[in-house]
Write a protein that binds this ligand. Structure first.
Ligand code: SAH
Ligand code: SF4
Ligand code: F3S
Length: 465
C-alpha cells in the first residue's frame, strides 16, 4: 500500500475570483462517498463565488455526480441528461452547462462528450479542485475542448466537506480513505476510484473536531472498505476508532462499509469496548456459496463469515447486521443460490440490499459468461427479497414490547394519527428506525421508547419515561 503525505492540500479552498456568480445545481447518484463528495464540491464552489441552487431549472450549471456500479445506474444518468436538455427546451430557457462528475466520468471519460447525449464537461473523482476554474471559463467565456475532460487518479486528492453544510445532529459523513485495493471480480469501483489511499488520522480528527464545534454529535466514517484503513502501515481501523472516540463532545460513531475479511476479533473487541462506536455492522456477504465467493475473490468462506457473525454477536451488545447480495453471478447454480437463501435465514440481517449481477466492462468477471438469464436473475432476486422480508418480520415482531433508547433525527413524514400531535423519527445506536407519536422534541434528543409495532423496516414506538 502506498504512503501518502501528511499535509493534505486543503481542497475546500478554491482559487479566488474563479466564480462568475453562476448558479450550480448538483444531483447525486450512487453511494455515500458520492454524497460526501457532492458536499465537498458544494463547499468548493461556494467559496469560489458560485451559488448552489436546489432546482435544476434555476441553474446555469448542472453537475451530475454519478455511479458506475451497475449498468442501470449509468443508463439512468444518460437518460437524465436528455431529460434535462428537454425540460429546458420545453420551458424556452437557455441550455445549462451540464457536467458529469464521479465514477462514470472516470470510467467513460471523453466518450461522454460524444453523441446525442453529450455533456459539456467531464471531471473525475480526484479532480474536483479544477471545477471552479473550468466552470468559470464555461459560464463566463470560453473553455477549450481539450480542457473539458479531467480524469485520472491522484493519491493526494482527499476532499474535506465543510462542516457548516451539514444539518446539525444527524450523522455527519467523513470519508477516511478513498479507492479500493480488493478487486472483487465483479466490481468496477477499484477502477473508477483508483487505489486505496488514506486521509491522515490528523486530518480526520481535525475534520471531526470541526463537525463537533459546529454542533454535530455523530459521524459516519466512510470508505469502500473502512476496515482496511491503514495509515502508513502503522495505524489500522481499530486504532483509528480509538482515536476518533477520544474527540470530546462526539457521541456516536458509525462506519460503512466493512469487509468481512477484515473483521478480525481484535477489531470486533475494540468496537465492543468503545462506548461511542455503534453496534451496527454493514458487512456485505454477497453470496452464501463458497464456490461463488471464491470466483468473486471475496477472501472468506461461508463458515468464516458465520464465525465472524457469531463472535460479534457474543462480543457486541445488541449488535445488528446488514448486507449486500448479488444474485446471478456468472456460473451461479440453483444450489449456489439456495446457499445464499440459507445464509440470509441464518444471519437474520436487519437490512439486505439485493442486486442482480450486472456485467461491467473490463473487470475480471467480464471474462466469464454472463450465463444466468435475466428472467432467472429476476426470479432469484424476488425470492431472496421474500426470504429477507420473512426473516426480518420474525426478528422485528419479537422486538415488540422492548424498550429502546433512540436519538431524534427529525419529524416523520407522515403523522400516525392527527390528534396525537407530530410524529418523530428516531434511530437507535444499532441503526433501527423508530417512529414515535406525540410530544415536542429537538433533533438530537435522546429518548426511551417502548416498541409497539412494525411497519415494513420501521418500528412504531411510544414514549417511555
Ligand atoms: N465496498 C463495498 C460496496 C461496494 S459497491 C463492499 O465491499 O461491499 C455496493 C454493492 O454493489 C456491493 O456490495 C455489491 O453487492 C454491489 N455490486 C458491485 N458490483 C456489482 C455488479 N457488477 N453487479 C451487481 N451488483 C454489484
Ligand atoms: Fe468493490 Fe470489492 Fe472493493 Fe467493495 S471490496 S469496492 S465490492 S472491489
Ligand atoms: Fe457507485 Fe462509484 Fe460509489 S461506482 S457505488 S458511486 S464508488
Amino acid at each position: 500500500m502506498a504512503t501518502f503525505q501528511d499535509n493534505l492540500p486543503d481542497l475546500t479552498v478554491a482559487p479566488a475570483a474563479a466564480g462568475t456568480g453562476a448558479s450550480v445545481y448538483i444531483e447525486t447518484y450512487g453511494c455515500q462517498m458520492n454524497v460526501y463528495d457532492s458536499q465537498a464540491i458544494d463547499g468548493l464552489l461556494k467559496r469560489a463565488g458560485f451559488t448552489i441552487v436546489d432546482r435544476d431549472l434555476a441553474a446555469d450549471v448542472i453537475l451530475l455526480n454519478t455511479c458506475s456500479v451497475r449498468d442501470l445506474a449509468e443508463h439512468k444518468v444518460i437518460s437524465r441528461v436528455g431529460e434535462l436538455r428537454h425540460r429546458r427546451r420545453r420551458a424556452d430557457l437557455p441550455q445549462p452547462v451540464i457536467g458529469i462528475c464521479g465514477c462514470m466520468a472516470e470510467r467513460m471519460g471523453t466518450d461522454l462528450r460524444k453523441g446525442p447525449r453529450k455533456v459539456d464537461l467531464v471531471v473525475g473523482v480526484d479532480n474536483y479542485d479544477t471545477l471552479p476554474d473550468l466552470l468559470g471559463k464555461l459560464t463566463g467565456g470560453t473553455c477549450a475542448t481539450e480542457q473539458r475532460t479531467v480524469t485520472g487518479h491522484r493519491s493526494d486528492a482527499h476532499y474535506v466537506a465543510p462542516p457548516a453544510l451539514y444539518p446539525v445532529n444527524n450523522s455527519h459523513l467523513v470519508t477516511i480513505h478513498k479507492g479500493c485495493d480488493y478487486k472483487c471480480t465483479y466490481c468496477i469501483v477499484p477502477y473508477t476510484r483508483g487505489p486505496q489511499s488514506e486521509k491522515s488520522p490528523a486530518a480526520i480528527i481535525e475534520e471531526i473536531s470541526g463537525i463537533v464545534s459546529s454542533g454535530g454529535r455523530e459521524v459516519t466514517l466512510l470508505g469502500q472498505n473502512v476496515t482496511a484503513y491503514n495509515w502508513q502501515g502503522g495505524m489500522g481501523f481499530a486504532a483509528l476508532l480509538e482515536k476518533v472516540s477520544e474527540v470530546p463532545g462526539l457521541e456516536r460513531i458509525r462506519f460503512l462499509t466493512g469487509h468481512p475479511h477484515d473483521m478480525h476479533r481484535d477489531l470486533i473487541d475494540t468496537i465492543a469496548r468503545l462506548d461511542k462506536v455503534c453496534p451496527w455492522l454493514h458487512v456485505p456477504v454477497q453470496s452464501g456459496s463458497d464456490r461463488v465467493l471464491r470466483r468473486m475473490k471475496r477472501y472468506y468462506t461461508r463458515d468464516e463469515y458465520l464465525e465472524m457473525v457469531t463472535y460479534a454477536r457474543r462480543a457486541i451488545k445488541d449488535v445488528t447486521f446488514s448486507t449486500d447480495f448479488i444474485v446471478g453471478f456468472p456460473g451461479e447454480t440453483e444450489s449456489d443460490f439456495q446457499a445464499t437463501l440459507e445464509i440470509a435465514r441464518e444471519v437474520k440481517y436487519d437490512q439486505a440490499f439485493c442486486f442482480k449481477y450486472s456485467e461491467r466492462p473490463g473487470v475480471p468477471a467480464a471474462k466469464l459468461a454472463d450465463d444466468v438469464s435475466e428472467d432467472e436473475k429476476k426470479r432469484r432476486l424476488a425470492e431472496l427479497m421474500a426470504v429477507q422480508e420473512e426473516t426480518w418480520n420474525a426478528v422485528a415482531g419479537a422486538c415488540v414490547g422492548e424498550i429502546w433508547e433512540g436519538v431524534v433525527e427529525g419529524r416523520a413524514r407522515h403523522q400516525l394519527t392527527r390528534e396525537d400531535g407530530p410524529a418523530w423519527r428516531l434511530r437507535t445506536a444499532n441503526n433501527r428506525k423508530v417512529i414515535l407519536q406525540g410530544g415536542e422534541f429537538e433533533v438530537g434528543d435522546r429518548l426511551r421508547t417502548r416498541i409497539t409495532g412494525i411497519k415494513n423496516t420501521t418500528f412504531l414506538g411510544a414514549r417511555q419515561d
